[in-house]
Design a protein around this ligand. Structure first.
Ligand code: 6PG
Length: 259
């Protein structure tokens, strides 16, 4: 049974990026200490970019057990891996090329493949790499997610059949998505809700209405797909900056500037 989300408000994007990088680093060290590896799903978009850059900076570069991390993606745009819109490319340039990852543990979604085939392959890879047996879904340790102004998260866009899917990954047609308007492949709520932790990273006033709808609006995951994300093993964590949090009425605790 999932619990109410934990909401944390940072002063601005820089503060949010610092907090998110610490969250990643602590989760990675704890998972490696407990289970010998850390399985994370990364998101694309603009908000995680400064988070990945911080993680590649001197402090976290030293303390994170990079070679023990299994990297997955919460979603991918159906473009080749070298295309400017590729989520894999963004993570590679900002993070993966700058730290000592194990290339065999980088499980990108094949954006260049036919979308339904890429989704099947993504689901199979998640199961294989995380040793999921039988009906049990694989357990990521952490899924880093974003939020779109329309309430989408990963590539779970409003009215997408992927929201209700019983598979781990699905293709989403370009007709449903916000720019870049290309087909997508996304993890589904089945995969994301099996994660040990999920963290939404949301910055900017253009997201304030979506944050409010996701956290305080009437429940309607078809219209606001972020509401479909409620990890069965714990609490979703929402890391917002002050502008993104501006529409919220019932905050857990007052806005605080980070250390
Ligand atoms: C993508 C995503 C997407 C993203 C949100 C927020 O491929 O675009 O993974 O779900 O997280 O659209 O994006 P921003 O951080 O750019 O606002």
């Amino acid at each position: 049974m999932s619990e109410r989300p934990w909401i944390e408000v940072a002063a601005d994007l820089e503060d949010l990026a610092g907090r998110a990088a610490r969250l990643f680093s602590e989760a990675a060290r704890a998972a490696v200490a407990a289970r010998g590896r850390f399985a994370v799903a990364l998101s694309g978009g603009s908000t995680p970019r400064p988070v990945y850059e911080r993680l590649a900076g001197p402090h976290h570069r030293e303390e994170v057990p990079w070679a023990r991390i299994e990297f997955f993606w919460a979603d991918e745009r159906c473009v080749p891996p070298e295309a400017p819109d590729s989520n894999y490319r963004m993570a590679r340039e900002t993070l993966l090329d700058r730290v000592a990852v194990d290339p065999e543990r980088v499980h990108r979604i094949r954006g260049e493949a036919e979308p339904a085939a890429a989704a099947r392959e993504c689901a199979g890879e998640l199961r294989r790499a995380l040793d999921a047996a039988g009906e049990e879904p694989p357990h990521l340790d952490l899924a880093l997610l974003g939020l779109g102004p329309d309430g989408h998260t990963a590539s779970l866009f409003p009215d997408s059949a992927a929201i209700e899917s019983d598979r781990l990954a699905e293709a989403v047609p370009a007709a449903l998505v916000l720019p870049p308007v290309v087909d997508r492949v996304t993890l589904t709520p089945v995969a994301l809700n099996a994660a040990r932790a999920v963290a939404f990273l949301v910055s900017g006033g253009s997201k304030a209405a979506a944050v409010r709808a996701a956290l305080e609006g009437p429940r309607d995951p078809a219209r606001c797909p972020a509401q479909a994300i409620a990890p069965t093993r714990g609490r979703a964590r929402w890391l917002l900056d002050a502008e993104a949090a501006a529409g919220l009425e019932g905050l857990d605790r007052p806005a605080a500037k980070g250390p």
